[in-house]
Design a protein around this ligand. Structure first.
Ligand code: CTP
Ligand code: MG
Length: 236
Protein backbone atom coordinates (compact mmCIF):
# COMPACT_ATOMS: atom_id res chain seq x y z
CA UNK A 1 0.00 0.00 0.00
CA UNK A 2 1.23 3.50 -0.85
CA UNK A 3 2.55 5.40 2.17
CA UNK A 4 -0.03 7.87 3.44
CA UNK A 5 0.91 11.51 3.28
CA UNK A 6 0.07 13.69 6.29
CA UNK A 7 -0.13 17.48 6.13
CA UNK A 8 -0.48 20.09 8.84
CA UNK A 9 -1.99 23.57 8.79
CA UNK A 10 -0.67 25.97 11.43
CA UNK A 11 -3.03 28.91 11.88
CA UNK A 12 -1.51 32.29 12.70
CA UNK A 13 -3.82 34.67 10.86
CA UNK A 14 -5.90 35.89 13.79
CA UNK A 15 -5.98 39.43 15.14
CA UNK A 16 -5.31 38.49 18.76
CA UNK A 17 -7.80 41.10 19.98
CA UNK A 18 -8.22 39.59 23.44
CA UNK A 19 -4.47 39.88 24.05
CA UNK A 20 -4.69 43.70 23.97
CA UNK A 21 -1.05 44.08 22.97
CA UNK A 22 0.50 46.33 20.34
CA UNK A 23 2.60 43.45 18.96
CA UNK A 24 0.30 40.90 17.31
CA UNK A 25 -0.19 37.84 19.49
CA UNK A 26 1.44 35.34 17.10
CA UNK A 27 4.67 37.37 17.12
CA UNK A 28 4.85 37.97 20.90
CA UNK A 29 7.95 36.42 22.39
CA UNK A 30 7.66 33.28 24.49
CA UNK A 31 11.01 32.08 25.85
CA UNK A 32 12.59 34.55 23.43
CA UNK A 33 10.87 33.11 20.35
CA UNK A 34 7.74 34.27 18.50
CA UNK A 35 4.70 32.37 19.76
CA UNK A 36 3.88 30.70 16.44
CA UNK A 37 7.42 29.32 15.98
CA UNK A 38 7.01 26.93 18.93
CA UNK A 39 4.30 24.83 17.31
CA UNK A 40 5.97 25.10 13.88
CA UNK A 41 9.12 23.54 15.33
CA UNK A 42 7.18 20.80 17.12
CA UNK A 43 5.38 19.82 13.89
CA UNK A 44 8.70 19.94 12.00
CA UNK A 45 10.09 17.37 14.45
CA UNK A 46 7.02 15.12 14.22
CA UNK A 47 6.15 12.43 11.64
CA UNK A 48 4.18 15.03 9.59
CA UNK A 49 5.29 15.26 5.93
CA UNK A 50 4.24 18.77 4.97
CA UNK A 51 3.37 22.00 6.82
CA UNK A 52 1.46 25.04 5.57
CA UNK A 53 1.59 28.21 7.70
CA UNK A 54 -1.37 30.59 7.43
CA UNK A 55 -0.67 34.22 8.34
CA UNK A 56 -2.54 37.51 8.21
CA UNK A 57 -3.44 39.34 5.02
CA UNK A 58 -0.37 41.09 3.60
CA UNK A 59 1.96 39.43 6.13
CA UNK A 60 3.54 36.57 4.15
CA UNK A 61 6.72 38.36 3.06
CA UNK A 62 7.31 39.95 6.45
CA UNK A 63 6.84 36.63 8.25
CA UNK A 64 9.27 34.88 5.91
CA UNK A 65 11.83 37.64 6.27
CA UNK A 66 11.55 38.45 9.98
CA UNK A 67 10.58 35.17 11.56
CA UNK A 68 11.36 32.24 9.29
CA UNK A 69 14.68 33.09 7.66
CA UNK A 70 17.37 30.79 8.97
CA UNK A 71 14.84 28.52 10.72
CA UNK A 72 15.44 24.86 9.91
CA UNK A 73 11.90 24.14 8.69
CA UNK A 74 12.32 21.66 5.83
CA UNK A 75 8.70 20.55 5.88
CA UNK A 76 7.24 24.03 5.50
CA UNK A 77 6.06 24.11 1.88
CA UNK A 78 3.96 27.29 1.87
CA UNK A 79 3.20 30.46 3.80
CA UNK A 80 -0.22 31.70 2.73
CA UNK A 81 -2.65 34.47 3.63
CA UNK A 82 -5.61 33.61 5.80
CA UNK A 83 -8.88 35.49 5.98
CA UNK A 84 -11.29 37.39 8.15
CA UNK A 85 -12.61 34.39 10.07
CA UNK A 86 -10.80 31.29 11.25
CA UNK A 87 -12.65 29.10 8.73
CA UNK A 88 -11.40 31.30 5.88
CA UNK A 89 -7.85 30.69 7.15
CA UNK A 90 -8.41 26.94 7.40
CA UNK A 91 -9.76 26.92 3.85
CA UNK A 92 -6.69 28.78 2.57
CA UNK A 93 -4.52 26.16 4.29
CA UNK A 94 -6.49 23.27 2.81
CA UNK A 95 -6.06 24.72 -0.68
CA UNK A 96 -2.31 25.18 -0.23
CA UNK A 97 -1.57 21.59 0.86
CA UNK A 98 -0.37 19.31 -1.92
CA UNK A 99 -2.04 15.91 -2.24
CA UNK A 100 -2.28 14.92 1.42
CA UNK A 101 -4.29 11.92 2.64
CA UNK A 102 -4.73 13.40 6.11
CA UNK A 103 -4.59 16.88 7.57
CA UNK A 104 -3.96 18.11 11.12
CA UNK A 105 -5.24 21.62 11.82
CA UNK A 106 -3.49 23.39 14.69
CA UNK A 107 -3.77 26.80 16.38
CA UNK A 108 -0.45 28.62 16.18
CA UNK A 109 -1.51 30.06 19.53
CA UNK A 110 -1.01 26.63 21.22
CA UNK A 111 2.76 26.58 21.66
CA UNK A 112 2.81 23.69 24.14
CA UNK A 113 1.61 20.96 21.78
CA UNK A 114 3.87 17.91 22.01
CA UNK A 115 5.11 15.20 19.69
CA UNK A 116 3.00 12.70 21.68
CA UNK A 117 -0.22 14.64 21.04
CA UNK A 118 0.62 14.98 17.33
CA UNK A 119 1.26 11.23 17.14
CA UNK A 120 -2.01 10.42 18.92
CA UNK A 121 -3.83 12.68 16.43
CA UNK A 122 -2.18 10.86 13.52
CA UNK A 123 -3.09 7.42 14.93
CA UNK A 124 -6.63 8.67 15.62
CA UNK A 125 -7.25 10.04 12.16
CA UNK A 126 -5.92 6.91 10.43
CA UNK A 127 -8.35 4.87 12.50
CA UNK A 128 -11.43 7.15 12.69
CA UNK A 129 -11.14 9.66 9.77
CA UNK A 130 -11.92 12.52 12.17
CA UNK A 131 -10.55 13.20 15.65
CA UNK A 132 -9.83 16.13 17.95
CA UNK A 133 -7.57 16.59 20.95
CA UNK A 134 -9.23 17.51 24.20
CA UNK A 135 -9.30 16.91 27.96
CA UNK A 136 -12.05 16.27 30.50
CA UNK A 137 -13.12 19.55 32.10
CA UNK A 138 -12.06 20.12 35.69
CA UNK A 139 -14.67 22.67 36.72
CA UNK A 140 -18.39 22.14 37.06
CA UNK A 141 -20.12 23.53 33.97
CA UNK A 142 -23.60 25.05 34.17
CA UNK A 143 -25.93 26.15 31.42
CA UNK A 144 -27.02 29.69 32.23
CA UNK A 145 -30.22 31.29 30.98
CA UNK A 146 -30.55 34.74 29.40
CA UNK A 147 -31.37 36.31 32.76
CA UNK A 148 -28.14 34.97 34.31
CA UNK A 149 -29.69 32.14 36.34
CA UNK A 150 -28.32 28.64 36.40
CA UNK A 151 -30.64 26.50 34.31
CA UNK A 152 -28.93 23.15 34.39
CA UNK A 153 -25.73 21.53 35.65
CA UNK A 154 -24.20 19.43 32.91
CA UNK A 155 -22.80 15.97 33.64
CA UNK A 156 -19.14 16.71 34.15
CA UNK A 157 -17.88 13.22 33.42
CA UNK A 158 -19.02 13.63 29.82
CA UNK A 159 -17.72 17.14 29.20
CA UNK A 160 -14.45 17.72 27.39
CA UNK A 161 -12.70 20.94 26.58
CA UNK A 162 -11.57 20.95 22.99
CA UNK A 163 -8.06 21.76 21.83
CA UNK A 164 -6.11 21.37 18.62
CA UNK A 165 -4.75 19.53 16.69
CA UNK A 166 -7.99 18.48 15.01
CA UNK A 167 -7.30 15.84 12.39
CA UNK A 168 -9.30 14.66 9.38
CA UNK A 169 -8.99 12.64 6.24
CA UNK A 170 -8.17 15.34 3.73
CA UNK A 171 -11.25 14.61 1.60
CA UNK A 172 -13.53 14.73 4.64
CA UNK A 173 -12.18 18.14 5.71
CA UNK A 174 -12.10 19.49 2.17
CA UNK A 175 -15.65 18.53 1.32
CA UNK A 176 -16.92 19.92 4.65
CA UNK A 177 -15.12 23.24 4.11
CA UNK A 178 -16.18 23.39 0.43
CA UNK A 179 -19.74 22.99 1.70
CA UNK A 180 -19.29 25.90 4.17
CA UNK A 181 -17.73 28.12 1.50
CA UNK A 182 -20.61 27.46 -0.90
CA UNK A 183 -22.97 29.14 1.54
CA UNK A 184 -21.23 30.99 4.32
CA UNK A 185 -24.41 31.26 6.40
CA UNK A 186 -23.65 27.61 7.23
CA UNK A 187 -20.75 28.72 9.42
CA UNK A 188 -23.02 30.48 11.93
CA UNK A 189 -22.33 29.20 15.43
CA UNK A 190 -19.35 27.10 14.41
CA UNK A 191 -16.43 27.36 16.84
CA UNK A 192 -14.11 24.57 15.76
CA UNK A 193 -13.19 22.40 12.80
CA UNK A 194 -14.90 19.33 14.16
CA UNK A 195 -18.23 21.22 14.09
CA UNK A 196 -17.77 21.85 10.37
CA UNK A 197 -17.39 18.12 9.77
CA UNK A 198 -20.21 17.29 12.23
CA UNK A 199 -22.61 19.77 10.61
CA UNK A 200 -21.76 18.52 7.13
CA UNK A 201 -22.75 15.10 8.39
CA UNK A 202 -21.60 11.59 7.73
CA UNK A 203 -18.69 11.40 10.16
CA UNK A 204 -18.41 10.93 13.89
CA UNK A 205 -15.56 12.79 15.51
CA UNK A 206 -13.43 10.79 17.92
CA UNK A 207 -11.88 12.42 21.01
CA UNK A 208 -8.20 11.85 21.61
CA UNK A 209 -6.18 12.80 24.66
CA UNK A 210 -4.56 16.25 24.47
CA UNK A 211 -2.96 17.67 27.60
CA UNK A 212 -3.81 20.22 30.28
CA UNK A 213 -0.59 21.97 29.25
CA UNK A 214 -1.77 22.37 25.64
CA UNK A 215 -3.33 25.75 26.42
CA UNK A 216 -4.30 28.40 23.89
CA UNK A 217 -2.63 31.73 24.52
CA UNK A 218 -5.65 34.04 24.36
CA UNK A 219 -5.42 36.68 27.12
CA UNK A 220 -2.29 38.21 28.75
CA UNK A 221 -2.24 35.85 31.75
CA UNK A 222 -2.08 32.85 29.40
CA UNK A 223 1.34 34.02 28.28
CA UNK A 224 2.59 33.91 31.88
CA UNK A 225 1.23 30.39 32.32
CA UNK A 226 2.68 29.24 28.97
CA UNK A 227 6.11 30.61 29.90
CA UNK A 228 6.01 28.85 33.30
CA UNK A 229 4.99 25.53 31.71
CA UNK A 230 7.70 25.86 29.10
CA UNK A 231 10.37 26.60 31.70
CA UNK A 232 9.35 23.53 33.67
CA UNK A 233 9.44 21.43 30.51
CA UNK A 234 12.96 22.61 29.76
CA UNK A 235 14.03 21.97 33.34
CA UNK A 236 14.70 25.65 34.06
N1 CTP B 1 -6.93 32.36 13.39
C1 CTP B 1 -6.67 32.45 12.03
N2 CTP B 1 -7.46 33.24 11.22
C2 CTP B 1 -8.49 33.94 11.74
C3 CTP B 1 -8.78 33.85 13.13
C4 CTP B 1 -7.97 33.05 13.93
O1 CTP B 1 -5.71 31.83 11.55
N3 CTP B 1 -9.22 34.70 10.94
C5 CTP B 1 -6.04 31.55 14.24
C6 CTP B 1 -5.31 32.38 15.30
O2 CTP B 1 -4.14 32.96 14.75
C7 CTP B 1 -5.03 31.36 16.38
C8 CTP B 1 -6.17 30.35 16.22
O3 CTP B 1 -6.80 30.61 14.97
O4 CTP B 1 -3.81 30.68 16.22
C9 CTP B 1 -7.15 30.40 17.37
O5 CTP B 1 -7.81 31.65 17.39
P1 CTP B 1 -7.85 32.68 18.60
O6 CTP B 1 -7.18 32.15 19.80
O7 CTP B 1 -9.24 33.19 18.69
O8 CTP B 1 -6.86 33.84 18.06
P2 CTP B 1 -7.24 35.26 17.50
O9 CTP B 1 -8.44 35.15 16.64
O10 CTP B 1 -5.98 35.81 16.91
O11 CTP B 1 -7.55 36.06 18.85
P3 CTP B 1 -8.86 36.95 19.18
O12 CTP B 1 -10.04 36.04 18.97
O13 CTP B 1 -8.64 37.35 20.61
O14 CTP B 1 -8.83 38.13 18.23
MG1 MG C 1 -10.37 34.53 17.46
Amino acid sequence: MKKKRIGAIILAAGKGKRMHSHVQKQYLLLMGKPLMLHSLRMFEQSPIHEIVLVVGIGETERVKREFLEGEPLKKLTAVVEGGQERYHSVYAGLQALTACDYVLIHDGARPLVTREIICRAIDGVVRYQACVAGMPVKDTIKLVDQAGFSQETLERARLWQIQTPQAFSYDVARSAYDWIMEDESRQAGITDDAMVVENRGGYRVRMIEGSYENIKVTTPEDLVVAEALMRRREGL
